[in-house]
Design a binder for this molecule. Structure first.
Ligand code: ATP
Length: 236
Protein backbone atom coordinates (compact mmCIF):
# COMPACT_ATOMS: atom_id res chain seq x y z
CA UNK A 1 0.00 0.00 0.00
CA UNK A 2 1.45 3.39 -0.98
CA UNK A 3 1.88 6.32 1.40
CA UNK A 4 -0.68 9.14 1.25
CA UNK A 5 -0.06 11.89 -1.28
CA UNK A 6 -2.60 14.03 0.60
CA UNK A 7 -3.32 14.01 4.30
CA UNK A 8 -5.79 16.28 6.07
CA UNK A 9 -5.33 16.07 9.79
CA UNK A 10 -8.10 17.47 12.01
CA UNK A 11 -8.84 20.16 9.45
CA UNK A 12 -11.41 22.82 10.34
CA UNK A 13 -12.49 25.75 8.18
CA UNK A 14 -15.10 28.47 8.40
CA UNK A 15 -16.50 31.46 6.58
CA UNK A 16 -16.31 34.21 9.18
CA UNK A 17 -18.50 32.98 12.02
CA UNK A 18 -19.97 30.14 9.97
CA UNK A 19 -18.14 26.88 10.62
CA UNK A 20 -18.18 24.70 7.51
CA UNK A 21 -15.67 21.91 8.23
CA UNK A 22 -14.95 20.32 11.62
CA UNK A 23 -11.78 18.38 12.34
CA UNK A 24 -11.76 16.39 9.13
CA UNK A 25 -9.10 13.72 8.82
CA UNK A 26 -8.88 12.45 5.26
CA UNK A 27 -6.19 10.65 3.26
CA UNK A 28 -5.67 10.09 -0.43
CA UNK A 29 -2.95 7.72 -1.61
CA UNK A 30 -1.07 8.29 -4.82
CA UNK A 31 -2.71 5.39 -6.61
CA UNK A 32 -6.34 5.87 -5.66
CA UNK A 33 -9.52 7.79 -6.30
CA UNK A 34 -11.28 8.85 -3.13
CA UNK A 35 -14.86 10.09 -3.03
CA UNK A 36 -16.02 12.88 -0.76
CA UNK A 37 -19.74 12.35 -0.41
CA UNK A 38 -22.45 14.42 1.16
CA UNK A 39 -25.55 16.49 0.54
CA UNK A 40 -25.63 20.12 -0.53
CA UNK A 41 -23.76 22.22 2.01
CA UNK A 42 -22.03 19.24 3.69
CA UNK A 43 -18.62 20.86 3.23
CA UNK A 44 -17.20 19.16 0.14
CA UNK A 45 -16.31 22.35 -1.76
CA UNK A 46 -15.00 23.89 1.45
CA UNK A 47 -12.61 20.96 1.86
CA UNK A 48 -11.30 21.44 -1.67
CA UNK A 49 -10.92 25.21 -1.34
CA UNK A 50 -8.99 24.70 1.87
CA UNK A 51 -6.67 22.13 0.29
CA UNK A 52 -6.02 24.60 -2.52
CA UNK A 53 -5.25 27.39 -0.05
CA UNK A 54 -8.22 29.51 -1.11
CA UNK A 55 -9.57 29.28 2.42
CA UNK A 56 -7.34 29.36 5.48
CA UNK A 57 -7.95 26.56 7.98
CA UNK A 58 -8.86 27.57 11.51
CA UNK A 59 -7.34 24.35 12.85
CA UNK A 60 -5.54 21.25 11.67
CA UNK A 61 -3.02 20.72 8.94
CA UNK A 62 -2.71 19.69 5.31
CA UNK A 63 0.19 17.61 4.08
CA UNK A 64 0.90 17.06 0.42
CA UNK A 65 3.55 14.50 -0.46
CA UNK A 66 4.81 14.66 3.12
CA UNK A 67 5.11 18.43 3.09
CA UNK A 68 3.14 20.72 5.41
CA UNK A 69 1.20 23.21 3.27
CA UNK A 70 0.62 25.81 6.02
CA UNK A 71 1.44 29.22 4.62
CA UNK A 72 2.07 27.84 1.11
CA UNK A 73 0.42 30.10 -1.51
CA UNK A 74 -2.22 28.67 -3.85
CA UNK A 75 -0.06 28.99 -6.98
CA UNK A 76 2.74 27.09 -5.22
CA UNK A 77 0.31 24.32 -4.29
CA UNK A 78 -0.56 24.11 -7.98
CA UNK A 79 3.14 23.95 -8.86
CA UNK A 80 3.66 21.19 -6.30
CA UNK A 81 1.19 19.13 -8.30
CA UNK A 82 -2.33 19.80 -7.03
CA UNK A 83 -4.87 20.60 -9.76
CA UNK A 84 -8.32 21.94 -8.99
CA UNK A 85 -11.33 21.50 -11.22
CA UNK A 86 -14.03 23.55 -9.49
CA UNK A 87 -17.79 23.20 -9.88
CA UNK A 88 -19.21 24.73 -13.01
CA UNK A 89 -17.14 23.51 -16.02
CA UNK A 90 -14.99 26.56 -16.56
CA UNK A 91 -13.63 26.59 -20.08
CA UNK A 92 -12.75 29.47 -22.39
CA UNK A 93 -15.86 29.84 -24.58
CA UNK A 94 -14.10 31.61 -27.46
CA UNK A 95 -11.18 29.18 -27.78
CA UNK A 96 -11.14 25.84 -29.54
CA UNK A 97 -10.89 22.60 -27.61
CA UNK A 98 -7.21 22.29 -28.51
CA UNK A 99 -6.47 25.90 -27.53
CA UNK A 100 -8.26 25.44 -24.21
CA UNK A 101 -5.93 22.54 -23.47
CA UNK A 102 -2.75 24.18 -24.77
CA UNK A 103 -3.10 27.32 -22.68
CA UNK A 104 -3.43 25.17 -19.55
CA UNK A 105 -0.10 23.43 -20.18
CA UNK A 106 2.95 24.16 -18.08
CA UNK A 107 5.56 22.54 -20.29
CA UNK A 108 7.25 23.12 -23.67
CA UNK A 109 5.69 22.70 -27.11
CA UNK A 110 6.63 19.05 -27.61
CA UNK A 111 5.47 18.11 -24.11
CA UNK A 112 2.23 20.01 -24.62
CA UNK A 113 1.63 18.19 -27.88
CA UNK A 114 2.13 14.84 -26.16
CA UNK A 115 -0.22 15.73 -23.30
CA UNK A 116 -2.96 16.88 -25.68
CA UNK A 117 -2.57 13.61 -27.61
CA UNK A 118 -2.83 11.60 -24.37
CA UNK A 119 -5.95 13.53 -23.36
CA UNK A 120 -7.51 12.99 -26.76
CA UNK A 121 -6.96 9.28 -26.21
CA UNK A 122 -8.60 9.43 -22.80
CA UNK A 123 -11.50 11.60 -24.02
CA UNK A 124 -12.05 10.64 -27.69
CA UNK A 125 -15.03 12.98 -27.91
CA UNK A 126 -12.65 15.92 -27.37
CA UNK A 127 -10.50 14.72 -30.26
CA UNK A 128 -13.58 14.62 -32.46
CA UNK A 129 -14.41 18.20 -31.44
CA UNK A 130 -10.83 19.49 -31.48
CA UNK A 131 -11.67 22.57 -33.56
CA UNK A 132 -15.01 23.39 -31.91
CA UNK A 133 -15.18 26.45 -29.70
CA UNK A 134 -15.77 26.05 -25.97
CA UNK A 135 -19.28 27.49 -26.12
CA UNK A 136 -20.27 25.08 -28.88
CA UNK A 137 -19.69 22.00 -26.72
CA UNK A 138 -22.42 20.13 -24.87
CA UNK A 139 -22.41 20.22 -21.06
CA UNK A 140 -20.73 16.82 -20.85
CA UNK A 141 -18.07 17.79 -23.38
CA UNK A 142 -17.40 21.02 -21.49
CA UNK A 143 -16.96 19.04 -18.29
CA UNK A 144 -14.50 16.69 -20.00
CA UNK A 145 -12.63 19.69 -21.36
CA UNK A 146 -12.51 21.28 -17.90
CA UNK A 147 -11.03 18.05 -16.51
CA UNK A 148 -8.64 17.88 -19.46
CA UNK A 149 -7.46 21.41 -18.74
CA UNK A 150 -6.78 20.49 -15.12
CA UNK A 151 -4.77 17.47 -16.29
CA UNK A 152 -2.60 19.52 -18.69
CA UNK A 153 -0.20 20.31 -15.85
CA UNK A 154 0.33 16.54 -15.28
CA UNK A 155 -0.74 16.92 -11.62
CA UNK A 156 -0.15 14.30 -8.94
CA UNK A 157 -3.54 15.02 -7.39
CA UNK A 158 -6.75 16.23 -8.99
CA UNK A 159 -9.45 17.86 -6.86
CA UNK A 160 -12.59 17.27 -8.86
CA UNK A 161 -15.63 19.13 -7.56
CA UNK A 162 -18.99 17.75 -8.59
CA UNK A 163 -18.38 17.01 -12.26
CA UNK A 164 -21.90 15.58 -12.57
CA UNK A 165 -23.59 18.90 -11.76
CA UNK A 166 -26.25 19.61 -14.38
CA UNK A 167 -25.39 16.55 -16.48
CA UNK A 168 -27.78 13.79 -17.52
CA UNK A 169 -27.19 10.37 -15.91
CA UNK A 170 -25.75 9.13 -19.19
CA UNK A 171 -23.23 11.97 -19.45
CA UNK A 172 -22.43 11.71 -15.75
CA UNK A 173 -21.48 8.08 -16.33
CA UNK A 174 -19.37 9.01 -19.32
CA UNK A 175 -17.45 11.60 -17.33
CA UNK A 176 -17.04 9.54 -14.14
CA UNK A 177 -16.02 6.48 -16.13
CA UNK A 178 -12.73 8.29 -16.83
CA UNK A 179 -11.78 8.40 -13.14
CA UNK A 180 -9.91 5.07 -13.12
CA UNK A 181 -8.05 5.93 -16.32
CA UNK A 182 -6.89 9.23 -14.81
CA UNK A 183 -5.62 7.44 -11.71
CA UNK A 184 -3.94 4.87 -13.97
CA UNK A 185 -2.16 7.76 -15.68
CA UNK A 186 -0.52 8.76 -12.39
CA UNK A 187 -2.94 11.36 -10.98
CA UNK A 188 -4.70 10.59 -7.71
CA UNK A 189 -8.24 11.97 -7.38
CA UNK A 190 -10.35 13.45 -4.63
CA UNK A 191 -13.86 13.52 -6.07
CA UNK A 192 -16.67 15.52 -4.47
CA UNK A 193 -20.00 14.10 -5.58
CA UNK A 194 -23.67 14.05 -4.75
CA UNK A 195 -24.13 11.21 -7.21
CA UNK A 196 -23.21 8.69 -4.55
CA UNK A 197 -23.92 5.47 -6.43
CA UNK A 198 -21.70 6.31 -9.37
CA UNK A 199 -18.96 7.86 -7.21
CA UNK A 200 -18.78 4.68 -5.13
CA UNK A 201 -18.64 2.62 -8.31
CA UNK A 202 -15.56 4.40 -9.68
CA UNK A 203 -13.64 5.28 -6.49
CA UNK A 204 -11.54 3.03 -4.28
CA UNK A 205 -12.49 4.56 -0.95
CA UNK A 206 -14.88 7.22 0.30
CA UNK A 207 -15.59 9.62 3.14
CA UNK A 208 -19.08 10.79 3.98
CA UNK A 209 -19.48 14.37 5.19
CA UNK A 210 -22.50 15.51 7.13
CA UNK A 211 -22.77 19.15 8.20
CA UNK A 212 -19.02 19.55 7.99
CA UNK A 213 -18.05 16.34 9.79
CA UNK A 214 -16.70 13.05 8.49
CA UNK A 215 -19.32 10.60 9.70
CA UNK A 216 -18.33 7.49 7.69
CA UNK A 217 -15.34 6.25 5.77
CA UNK A 218 -14.27 3.04 4.17
CA UNK A 219 -13.78 1.02 1.02
CA UNK A 220 -16.19 2.19 -1.67
CA UNK A 221 -17.55 -1.29 -2.31
CA UNK A 222 -18.31 -1.78 1.39
CA UNK A 223 -20.03 1.59 1.72
CA UNK A 224 -22.09 0.85 -1.39
CA UNK A 225 -23.39 -2.29 0.36
CA UNK A 226 -24.04 -0.69 3.74
CA UNK A 227 -27.67 -0.24 4.72
CA UNK A 228 -27.40 3.25 6.17
CA UNK A 229 -25.55 4.62 3.14
CA UNK A 230 -28.11 3.00 0.87
CA UNK A 231 -30.94 4.47 2.91
CA UNK A 232 -29.40 7.94 3.14
CA UNK A 233 -28.12 8.32 -0.40
CA UNK A 234 -29.18 5.56 -2.71
CA UNK A 235 -32.92 5.58 -2.14
CA UNK A 236 -32.90 1.97 -0.92
P1 ATP B 1 -22.48 22.08 -2.59
O1 ATP B 1 -22.73 20.86 -3.32
O2 ATP B 1 -23.71 22.91 -2.37
O3 ATP B 1 -21.30 22.88 -3.05
P2 ATP B 1 -20.77 21.35 -0.39
O4 ATP B 1 -20.82 20.04 0.32
O5 ATP B 1 -19.69 21.56 -1.35
O6 ATP B 1 -22.15 21.56 -1.10
P3 ATP B 1 -19.88 23.74 0.87
O7 ATP B 1 -20.04 24.58 -0.35
O8 ATP B 1 -18.54 23.33 1.26
O9 ATP B 1 -20.79 22.44 0.71
O10 ATP B 1 -20.62 24.47 2.07
C1 ATP B 1 -20.48 24.09 3.44
C2 ATP B 1 -21.18 25.12 4.31
O11 ATP B 1 -20.52 26.38 4.21
C3 ATP B 1 -22.62 25.39 3.94
O12 ATP B 1 -23.36 25.58 5.12
C4 ATP B 1 -22.57 26.65 3.12
O13 ATP B 1 -23.77 27.38 3.23
C5 ATP B 1 -21.43 27.40 3.78
N1 ATP B 1 -20.73 28.26 2.82
C6 ATP B 1 -20.17 27.88 1.67
N2 ATP B 1 -19.58 28.93 1.04
C7 ATP B 1 -19.78 30.00 1.83
C8 ATP B 1 -19.42 31.38 1.75
N3 ATP B 1 -18.72 31.85 0.73
N4 ATP B 1 -19.82 32.18 2.77
C9 ATP B 1 -20.52 31.70 3.82
N5 ATP B 1 -20.88 30.41 3.95
C10 ATP B 1 -20.53 29.56 2.98
Amino acid sequence: MSTPILRLDGLSASYGQIAALHEATIEVRADEAVALLGANGAGKSTTMKTIMGLLKPVAGRIEFDGRDLSGVATFRRARLGIAYCPEGRRVFPGMTVRENLEVASNTDGAGTHRRVAALFEMFPVLAQREKALGWQLSGGQQQMLAIGRALMSAPRLLLLDEPSLGLSPLLTNEVLDRVRAIVGGGTAILLAEQNVGKALAVCHRAYVLQVGRVVRQGAAAELARSDDIRAAFLGA
